[in-house]
Ligand binder design. Structure first.
Ligand SMILES: [Zn+2]
Length: 83
């Protein structure tokens, strides 16, 4: 057995798998169900996205649709462009 073959499993131990670049959708209902917010947040992004989102540093996009406040966060790693 070659030396490099012995080493390979050891290297895999230290190599971290890439975190999944997926999205989380959080629904938030308050005021007894009168107000509803939906947050679309990228997982494992470079920053932690804030809820409530009004001051999230990613420059969150807000729109009101059918009485629902929809907050779409922008990922800092630019993953939107790959979808
Ligand atoms: Zn954000």
């Amino acid at each position: 057995m070659k030396f490099s073959q012995l080493l390979a499993p050891l290297i895999n131990l230290f190599r971290k798998p890439d975190p999944p670049k997926n999205w989380t959708i959080v629904e938030w209902i308050y005021d007894g169900g009168i107000e509803q917010e939906v947050h679309v947040i990228p997982n494992n992004d470079h920053i932690i996205h804030e809820i409530p989102s009004d001051h999230c540093p990613c420059g969150v996009h807000w729109e009101r649709e059918n009485g629902i406040n929809l907050y779409t966060h922008h990922s800092l790693d630019g993953r939107e462009k790959h979808e």
